[in-house]
Design a protein around this ligand. Structure first.
Ligand code: HDE
Length: 696
């Protein structure tokens, strides 16, 4: 690790960086430009002349600024960082150096994305999130192109265009944008039962991450690790976020989509800018080749997980993102991931979805980035040396020297030479007749959907039912709604009945055989760690006359614990506190909303609280935060604002600290109070509240 903390990739990029400081304006030919505001014309009022090369170049370049957006995962945000293995636990399992040498710091670039929406769509829509990592290893680039859900909609990649056409905006009117709540998706789903397990994930809160920094990542497919002797071990890759796995709630996501469509992107950017570097642990589930058939599902079926209780996830390293890109287009837009980018020690399985991806990603980069030389783009270039006989093509930037561009050659001294230790594909024995047929071992589409349902906490189940009702409520043809309910009956009769009751469909008859009762606690977000308030955004509502000591003491304790506090008031500037001193306002209330914060604190001060009680924005702020299950703190007179905001179903303390369902009240900002409030914020949400009657 170099002393300046920069990765080798960062250093490599120096050669490509350009900055305008101390330069003069030039054409692309390097000719200095003296006027870029007026086109060349005969006379002041004459037509523009063809010979104005600067005008033509400027406009032409502009006209060609856009490239096709990704057909899926068009909207994304990226960052650089590094990966470090914890130790050599995988030595002997894989020849991949970056996974086994704890002394190595491997640079990475990660791009997070939504799937269905266009480049300009909102961040917080209900969708799968992409989680694609490019490791610039010393043995070449390895791309782990995963998602934040561990399974997929289909089992064979030949179905991908069908699925994507169904979920994207409908072809006749291009409606709806970035939403799965429409006829064609659900029509596909009801006719394609293999989607059932993934639809459970999509209807769960996993589809609404609070932050890219608070979501898991999964390689989805079974891959192979291969050691130096050529022996293989099946592997599933997992990313676990250090901040826990947390989600927004549905009503909130829709409001955020309007208030701040860049919510997740901004969150990533700001955290890295502030030095709060997001971190994930890489884990692996390993399965010996001999155990390939030891499960009640097929390891090659991408609609299945290996329950963590059956094969534990072994932590093998950590990834930290510590640098924002310099230029969105050059880096985040032009980064080209490809599942076939593997290094020695990592190989594929015969998962038919993965096999299709091995074709599709290269193909897609060719159209998106306009030719075969996209690997030379700075963000895509490996750190290890590239030397081969590939030549020419659009945008060739390498100046290949020499006469011999073929192998074997003697005129070029036989170079580049064949590597003695080159990548060797795992020598799996494969034989069979050429057939178009799905394996029988892929036929069970429901057991793991049931496992997922059984593993959810009650509030997670409620959210899933509400999501199915919302989405299917937008589907016009009744036979499509009925088809989905028929599928859900195979998952669990409770689920099917509760969904049916909300969408005008006859509840299904009880099944002949009751559903299984297996659970996997690792699937529930209720079991995600809630031990930190790091980077959580706390809104402190105030007006003139606020108790300045409350603001100071609470801010100090929360900041100390890692949270970010903002004082919100009717206008920017500063407030005069009850004791006469000034309190700086971070933002005007009218420019923000409760949905952009994790928790609310109302300090005391009679005048301040009276003003807030008469301000609809402030009152709504509190009731909406309550509705969304967020921690709420109120001190002294601030407690009375809760009444006005209809936070009435909880016990409140006027003097000593009382916590009830994440609402923390008390007389002073004592250690007692701040500790209780911090615990309430760390819990993320308080779903135990009865919210049905709370408007917001
Ligand atoms: Fe992708 N996918 N995909 N996908 N995918 C693309 O490649 C494709 C699948 C994933 O941030 C495309 O460069 C096929 C599973 C991510 O740049 C395209 C199939 C998983 C990203 C493509 C799948 C993913 C993509 C579009 C079924 C999770 C964004 C633009 C056989 C394990 C990467 C592009 C980024 C992007 C094809 C299924 C994840 C068209 C054919 C399963 C995170 O090549």
């Amino acid at each position: 690790m170099p002393a300046d903390g920069r990765t080798d990739k960062d250093r490599q990029l120096d050669a490509d960086r350009a900055a305008p400081e101390e330069t003069v304006l030039t054409t692309d030919q390097g000719v200095a430009v003296g006027d870029t505001d007026n086109s060349l014309r005969p006379g002041e009022r004459g037509p523009t002349l063809m010979e104005d090369f600067h005008f033509r170049e400027k406009l032409t370049h502009f006209d060609h600024e856009r490239i096709p957006e990704r057909v899926v995962h068009a909207r994304g945000a990226g960052a650089y960082g590094y990966f470090e293995a914890y130790g050599d636990a995988l030595a002997g399992v894989t020849a991949a150096e970056f996974l086994t040498d704890p002394g190595l710091r491997t640079p990475v670039f990660v791009r997070f994305s939504t799937v269905a929406g266009s480049r300009g769509s909102a961040d917080t829509v209900r969708d799968v999130r992409g989680f694609a990592t490019k490791f610039y290893t010393r043995q070449g680039n390895f791309d782990l192109v995963g998602n934040n859900m561990p399974v997929f909609f289909i089992q064979d990649g030949i179905k991908f265009p069908d699925f994507v056409h169904a979920v994207k905006p409908e072809p006749h009117n291009e409606i709806p944008q970035a939403s799965s709540a429409h006829d064609t998706l659900w029509d596909f789903v009801q006719l394609q039962p293999e989607t059932t397990h993934m639809m459970m994930w999509l209807m769960s809160d996993r589809a609404l991450p609070r932050s890219f920094r608070m979501m898991q990542g999964f390689g989805v497919h079974t891959f192979r690790l291969v050691n130096e002797a050529g022996e293989g071990t099946f592997v599933k890759f997992h990313w676990k976020p250090k901040l826990g796995t947390h989600s927004l709630v549905w009503d909130e996501t829709q409001k955020v989509a309007g208030k701040d469509p860049d919510f997740n992107r901004r969150d990533l950017w700001e955290a890295i800018n502030d030095g709060d570097f997001p971190e994930w642990e890489l884990g692996v589930q390993l399965v010996a080749e001999a155990d390939e058939h030891a499960f009640d599902f097929d390891l090659l079926d991408p609609t299945k997980i290996i329950p963590e209780e059956e094969v534990p996830v072994r932590p093998v390293g950590r990834m930290v993102l510590d640098r924002n890109p310099d230029n969105f287009f050059a880096e985040t837009e032009q980064v080209a991931f490809h599942t076939a980018n593997v290094v020695p020690g990592i190989d594929f399985s015969n998962d038919p979805l993965l096999q299709a991806r091995l074709f599709s990603y290269l193909d897609t980069q060719l159209i998106r980035l306009g030719g075969p030389n996209f690997t030379q783009l700075p963000v895509n270039r490996p750190l290890s040396e590239v030397s081969n006989h590939h030549r020419d093509g659009y945008h060739q930037t390498t100046v290949h020297r020499g006469q011999a561009a073929y192998h074997p050659n003697s005129l070029g001294g036989g170079c580049p030479a064949i590597a003695g230790d080159g990548y060797t594909h795992y020598q799996e024995r494969v034989d069979g007749n050429k057939i178009r047929k799905r394996s029988e071992s892929f036929a069970d589409h429901y057991s793991q959907a049931t496992l997922f349902w059984n593993s959810m906490a009650d509030w997670e189940k409620e959210h899933i039912v509400a999501a199915f009702r919302f989405e299917l409520g937008k589907v016009e043809p009744m036979h499509v709604r009925e088809g989905v309910v028929r599928n859900l009956a195979n998952v669990h009769p409770d689920l099917a009945t509760r969904v049916a009751e909300g969408i005008g469909v006859e509840p299904p008859a009880p099944p002949a055989t009751p559903p299984g009762d297996r659970r996997s606690p690792a699937l529930s977000q209720a079991n995600s760690p809630t031990d930190t308030v790091a980077t959580r955004k706390i809104a402190i509502l105030a007006a003139d006359g606020v108790d300045g000591d409350h603001v100071r003491a609470a801010t100090a304790a929360l900041t100390e614990a890692g949270a970010n506090c903002e004082v919100l008031a009717a206008a920017d500037g500063s407030l005069s506190a009850a004791s006469g001193d000034d309190v700086t306002v971070t933002r005007a209330l009218t420019t923000v909303a409760s949905v952009l914060y994790d928790a609310v604190l109302v300090p005391g001060g009679v005048r301040s609280v009276q003003t807030l009680a008469g301000d609809g924005d402030a009152v709504h702020f509190v009731s909406e935060a309550f509705k969304h299950g967020k921690a709420i703190g109120a001190l002294g007179d601030g407690v009375s604002l809760l009444e006005v905001a209809r936070v009435t179903s909880v016990r409140r303390g006027d003097r000593e600290t009382v916590t009830d369902q994440g609402v923390v009240t008390g007389g002073t900002a004592s250690g007692d109070f701040t500790e209780a409030f911090i615990t309430a914020v760390a819990a993320h949400r308080h779903p135990e509240r009865d919210l049905s009657a709370v408007p917001a």
